[in-house]
Design a protein around this ligand. Structure first.
Ligand code: HEC
Ligand code: HEC
Length: 156
């Protein structure tokens, strides 16, 4: 075969295979949620909190050392933290935890930003659900292979 013809054919073959690859690639482009990026976001359906009223739920194993423990009970009707009232403190606060048979807030919650321990709870920790979150029985939105660094079991 003529040399220039064979170079031409080889180049053509390369271009065609690249085109096929590119086409395959674009048809695979999807967002992590599976929808086209231009489509309005699909909010998942609202679900009730997992766990019943506090008192008989087992603590959820922690997956890393400094993790704020997950809330094992439902917080239905008790997540409204206002200036005047904080339902979480009425069970987990130092004056109430014994009567409520609830775990006491950790010692860190009584330290202020200078690492000093005031007699009352530090206001920096007032908004409990900024760190402690209730659970919902739902499939993960995207598949993941998360495994905790430390699987600690904590007993009260
Ligand atoms: C009526 C009392 C009560 C109220 C109100 C309450 N809890 Fe609890 N909480 C408990 C009890 C009791 C437990 C122990 C588990 C159980 O028995 O359900 C617990 C467990 C927890 C734990 C798990 C602790 C661990 O070491 O694993 C966290 C975190 C927690 N609660 C946070 C909260 C937050 C945040 C709020 C407010 C939104 C709240 N709780 C409101 C009684 C209460
Ligand atoms: C800035 C994040 C943050 C906020 C806000 C916060 N916590 Fe915590 N909480 C933690 C972490 C982290 C721990 C794990 C222990 C530690 O490192 O201090 C913890 C531990 C706890 C425990 C378990 C204590 C034990 O000995 O097992 C309870 C109960 C708790 N917090 C309740 C509360 C309540 C009630 C509030 C609101 C008044 C609150 N927390 C606010 C981060 C937070």
């Amino acid at each position: 075969m003529n040399k220039s013809v064979s170079v031409f054919l080889a180049t053509l073959g390369l271009i065609l295979s690249q085109l096929a690859l590119a086409q395959q690639g674009t048809s695979d482009v999807r967002t992590l949620r599976g929808a086209d990026a231009a489509v309005t976001d699909q909010a998942p359906a609202a679900r009730p909190y997992a766990g019943k009223a506090p008192g008989r739920q087992k603590p959820i194993a922690r997956t890393f050392g400094t993790q704020p423990p997950l809330i094992p009970h439902s917080i239905e009707d008790m997540d409204e933290v206002t200036l005047q009232s904080n339902p979480c403190i009425s069970c987990h606060g130092p004056d109430n935890y014994k009567a409520a048979r609830a775990p006491k807030m950790a010692g860190s919650h009584f330290k202020n930003r200078d690492a000093k321990t005031p007699s009352a709870m530090s206001q920096a920790w007032y908004q409990c659900t900024a760190c402690h979150v209730p659970q919902v029985d739902a499939k993960p939105l995207v598949q993941n292979i998360f495994r905790g660094a430390v699987e600690t079991k904590k007993k009260h």
